[in-house]
Design a protein around this ligand. Structure first.
Ligand SMILES: C[S@@+](CC[C@H](N)C(=O)[O-])C[C@H]1O[C@@H](n2cnc3c(N)ncnc32)[C@H](O)[C@@H]1O
Length: 505
């Protein structure tokens, strides 16, 4: 009893200090409590998971400075964006640059935008600033209250004289039930769901999907995807941001799993964007730890942009199978050199001149102490001519590259053939890799016709052997200023993936 009272007093003190503006770090030290404890206490007392309690926001500007729309498949915002009432206070909220890009690319003035995971209202604020109508819902009434506060501003008419401002409709509701919306009535969905059991947004509110673990989470998100498909107009886009998670030592590819959920409802993948995260520590303690314990900090999320296809497009996409080529693995010799600095996060931005060399060196240094073999899938129009090597000493590392995916026009049947050959190759060569060794598959996404073939996702779906544990999903990007402009509406795909599996028998 007495202990309870002491705890209550302490909770009050902590909240008071928080309101006075003390940082989590200072509070942690003063009361010897963890960051998670402070987060839970605030969520319980205030009904929302926010990092600042003494908030009164002065608007300095209504637009980002020097804004340019993204043109490639990798989006990176060093500053999260603090125009209008945007701030990072609502935990796990997204940078306003994301909805701004999505809204500008895939909707027009007066269009109806839906965000069914409203949070503190980032998407709704952008809709108001960009002259779009918006319906935003959240399971948490306190989040909707906060979003209403954040939307309580007037845009000076002199700033945007030539368009109408629409006040967003903010509603308490459940993303799994959009029955208040008619079929084919929404022009754009732009939303940022909770991730399975990572950040909790409420104190355990009924229907809060942030409490569910992976399998339950995905099956509830299936209902959201189904409703999304129903309410969206054909030909329109649905943009969803999602990240992977690490459980124990291995990666759960939640991003690809959620993409699967939406594809199963009938969506096509129009773009697959990598969103870089910048809050990652790449020096000091983390640098040492990352090397010593051999893991990479997750520094990317996926922004999947789906399209609800028009019927005729689906029919057009049927392709005939061609059989006059072979995709064969050829052995490559590498000359590794010590990189200047190890990569320690899941995103490797490497100088374009030495891209392959630095990438290979990083892979070899992290995942190989002894022997390795590198095979590269390339295209051969004639008969099989790759040299077959049957016997190896036991390998530490097997690297499989797929250089044919760059450069040539890749068709749907080439993708299927590649996956088939890859499966066979891995099946054949895996016995040569030591227990505790690694398999690294280097691939890139390709566009086939109008839509993206998410090859990395397809490889992960294909290689389902129990002995292959996903150790890392690395995004590798050549660092060049100014990528070639695309002649169509599509983003240039500039990133590649390294799918790093640990072999555990
Ligand atoms: C990642 S946050 C969204 C943050 C938002 N993009 C922002 O910038 O503020 C996910 C939100 O989903 C809400 N949520 C969880 N389950 C929900 C459900 N079943 N229906 C609607 N909202 C839900 C949570 O309350 C949380 O606010």
């Amino acid at each position: 009893m007495e202990r309870e009272l002491i705890n209550k007093e302490r909770e009050k003190d902590i909240l008071r200090d928080k309101e006075r503006g003390l940082s989590d770090e200072e509070i942690g030290k003063k009361y010897n409590v963890s960051f998670k404890y402070i987060e839970r206490l605030i969520t319980k007392e205030k009904g929302v998971n926010i990092s600042r309690l003494n908030k009164k926001k002065r608007i300095r500007r209504f637009e980002p400075e020097n804004f340019q729309e993204e043109k490639t498949s990798v989006w990176s915002f060093k500053n999260r964006g603090n125009w209008a009432t945007h701030s990072g206070d609502y935990r796990g909220n997204w940078s306003p640059y994301i909805p701004r890009n999505v809204i500008l690319k895939y909707s027009s003035r007066g269009d109806l935008v839906l965000d069914y995971f409203c949070g503190a209202g980032t998407t709704a604020i952008e809709c108001k600033l960009l002259g779009r109508r918006c319906i935003a819902i959240d399971i948490n009434d306190k989040a909707i209250e906060l979003a209403k506060e954040n939307l309580n501003f007037n845009i000076p008419p002199s700033l945007f004289p030539d368009f109408e401002v629409y006040e967003p409709e903010l509603i308490v509701g459940d993303a799994r039930d959009l029955s208040f919306l008619k079929d084919n009535s929404v022009d754009l969905i732009c939303s940022h769901p909770p991730y399975a059991n990572i950040i909790h947004y409420t104190d355990g509110k009924e229907g809060d999907l942030s409490f569910l673990d992976v399998e339950d989470y995905l099956s509830e998100m299936q209902k959201v995807a189904k409703e999304s498909f129903r309410v969206l107009k054909p030909g329109k886009k649905c943009a969803i941001l999602i990240g992977d998670i690490r459980r124990e030592k291995y990666i759960v590819p939640l991003g690809f799993k959620l993409i699967d959920v939406y594809l199963r409802e009938g969506f096509e993948l129009y773009e697959l964007v990598i969103k870089r995260q910048h809050n990652c520590k790449t020096t000091g303690f983390w640098y040492e730890k990352s090397i010593k314990q051999n893991f990479l900090l997750l520094a990317h999320e996926y922004l999947a942009i789906f399209e609800k296809p028009l019927k005729k497009e689906k029919e057009n996409e049927k392709q005939t199978i061609q059989n006059n080529f072979k995709i064969i693995p050829k052995e490559l010799k590498l000359t590794p050199e010590l990189p200047e600095k190890f990569e320690t996060t899941s995103v490797w931005i490497l100088p374009s001149d030495d891209f392959d060399k630095i990438l290979n060196s990083n892979v070899l240094l992290r995942y190989c102490k002894g022997s390795y073999l590198v095979l590269d899938f390339s295209i051969n129009q004639n008969k099989f001519s790759g040299e077959e090597i049957e016997e190896y000493e036991k390998l530490d590392l097997l690297i499989i590259k797929s250089s044919f995916l760059s450069g040539v026009h890749v068709s749907k049947d080439m993708v299927e053939k590649f996956l088939d050959e890859l499966r066979k190759l891995v099946y054949q060569k895996l016995p040569f890799v030591k227990d505790g060794g690694y398999l690294v598959v280097q691939v890139r996404d390709v566009r086939v016709g109008r839509y993206i073939e998410p090859i990395a996702k397809r490889v992960i779906d294909t290689l389902s052997e129990k002995s292959l544990k996903i150790k890392e999903i690395v995004i590798a990007v050549p660092d060049v200023s100014g990528y070639p402009e695309n002649d169509r509406d599509f983003l240039s795909i500039i990133h590649q993936y390294l799918l790093i599996y640990e072999v555990k028998r």
